[in-house]
Design a protein around this ligand. Structure first.
Ligand SMILES: Cc1ncc(COP(=O)(O)O)c(C=O)c1O
Length: 497
């Protein structure tokens, strides 16, 4: 044993026996003492190191407890060989059992066995459409600007001041923020949901969520312990008749709604229904969280006012994001809400990540102020309109009789209901085997319902990919139907929602 490598510090607060056992463990880990080698007897080592014999015994006992050495009465202590390492020694103490520590919850695994060429599974913009040249130029301008040092400095949990002021002024000009409102910048809209759920929906709080709904949204509310109350979404947005009953029966504190181009259905709530939602919320004293991340992506029909613009009672919290209209990778979203709520969100955000990255915010501000964002949104709308036409045409042409699908006026997604007895989860592996992917309906509800539903996110795909992808889904669905005994008994259902 290489005694000169043993380092002990008598001035340290760490007891000597612990220092000694760590030193020996390190030596074992580095191969300084090999498997099967005998350690010096306690009396011998005590003499060599000038320590009390009980210190050596305590250190050996600790090493034995860690499985690094074995003691044999009358023969001494020997370095163990690690059973899992084929005779190799562990570098430190016994291996930690992560299974015993980690929560027992099912993690989402979405790794198809096949390589996917056409993926309808992600609601994101087309990467080919990113205006890289102007983005690079504007990012360079930001980095070269006199504000660079401020951008690199620690900032406020409310967000990068210049972007915050810009967004708040824009919102005020459009009557999306009132004099009582403030704005906080978050890491995408996703973080905003998380903060809002934690502030407004502690365990047991009844919260109405649309159904089907974006997975990442119900997840954060469920995780916060909220009592999730599903409100059905039809082809024209949330069913306000059911919403009224839910408000009466459950007295929820919150309702989370996406009035324009809801994810996953693409549905839009008509103006009179928006007004009804506001009236119901007032009547039942419900706070409305309005997701407004898709509303700029309108390809047909006139724009509708947001709930926030219709409300005069200060009960609507508006969530925005640059993820769908610009670059999801920069992770910039925001919340417009009454000042006291924003203060709570900021306090919680500070605990989590201090504040969002300044550089992303500064570059997006430059992108918006220079007019490039506006131009990019125009181009995205043109492309989106063609993509929407393609997906609707492909659904009409290729889905089996009895399939129903929504007809969005914008956004990135459309919802399909397959005819019975088809189940979208069963279809998925067969579709994936042909290089196409989608998300099955069960993914969009807390209760894993919607077995026949599936979401087609078309925003990031080219028209020809959309046509081919839907054709493959349709062919697989038709084949499945033909091989199903019950098919013959089915009556055709009218074509669209
Ligand atoms: C309703 C909803 N909220 C949040 C997100 C995530 O947005 P962000 O990238 O801004 O975090 C999505 C993305 O699909 C969404 O549909």
């Amino acid at each position: 044993m290489v005694l000169d490598l043993i380092r002990l510090d008598t001035a340290s607060e760490v007891p000597l026996y612990r220092q000694l056992s760590s030193s020996i463990a390190e030596l074992i880990g580095r191969g300084g003492i090999r498997a099967g080698e005998r350690l010096p007897a306690t009396r011998e080592l005590a003499g060599l190191l000038g320590l009390n014999r009980t210190t050596i015994s305590a250190a050996y006992a600790l090493l034995e407890e860690q499985g690094l050495i074995h003691g044999h009465v009358g023969r001494g202590s020997f370095v163990a060989s690690h059973p899992d390492s084929g005779g190799e020694l562990p570098s430190t103490g016994p291996r930690i059992n992560w299974d015993a520590i980690l929560p027992r919850e099912e993690l989402q695994a979405n790794n198809p066995a096949h390589s996917i060429e056409i993926s309808f599974s992600s609601s994101r913009p087309a990467r080919e459409a990113f205006p890289l040249a102007s983005f690079r130029r504007l990012a360079r301008e930001v980095i070269d600007s006199p504000q660079a040092a401020d951008i690199l400095q620690l900032g406020s949990p409310h967000g990068y001041g210049p972007l915050r002021r810009y967004l708040l002024e824009e919102a005020k000009a459009a009557e999306m923020a009132g004099p009582e409102d403030d704005l906080i910048i978050t890491n995408g809209c996703q973080q905003a949901w998380d903060l809002l759920a934690r502030v407004l929906a502690p365990a047991g709080t009844p919260v109405v969520l649309e159904d089907p709904i974006y997975h990442g949204l119900w997840q954060v509310f469920a995780r916060a312990g909220a009592e999730v109350i599903p409100a059905p979404v039809t082809g024209s947005g949330v069913d306000t008749g059911v919403l009224e009953q839910l408000f009466q029966r459950h007295r929820p504190r919150l309702a989370v709604l996406t009035p324009s181009f809801q994810n996953p259905t693409g549905a839009t709530l008509p103006l009179n229904q928006r007004q009804r939602v506001i009236d119901l919320a007032k009547q039942h004293n419900v706070v409305l969280l309005e997701s407004d991340i898709y509303s700029e992506l309108r390809y047909r029909e006139a724009a509708l006012p947001r709930l926030k613009q219709l409300d005069t009672s200060g009960r609507v919290v508006l969530l925005g994001s640059y993820s769908k209209v610009a670059f999801p990778g920069l992770r910039v979203g925001w919340v417009i809400a009454p000042r006291p709520l924003v203060a709570h969100l900021a306090a919680l955000k500070q605990m989590s990540d201090l504040h969002s990255d300044h550089l992303s915010q500064a570059v997006l501000l430059r992108f918006a102020e220079s007019g490039e964002l506006r131009k990019h949104i125009e181009r995205t709308r043109d492309a989106g309109s063609q993509r929407l036409e393609s997906v609707l045409r492909a659904c009409r042409e290729h889905l089996p009789a009895g399939a129903r699908f929504t007809r969005p006026d914008g956004g990135m997604s459309l919802w399909v209901e397959l005819p019975p007895p088809l189940r979208s989860v069963d279809l998925l592996p067969r579709v994936q085997a042909q290089g196409v992917d989608f998300l099955p309906g069960s993914y969009f509800s807390a209760e894993r319902s919607h077995p026949r539903g599936l979401r087609l996110s078309f925003g990031g795909l080219l028209p020809e990919q959309i046509e081919r992808g839907v054709r493959i889904i349709g062919e697989v669905a038709k084949r499945e139907l033909q091989s199903s005994a019950t098919y013959a008994a089915q009556e055709p259902v009218s074509a669209v929602v």
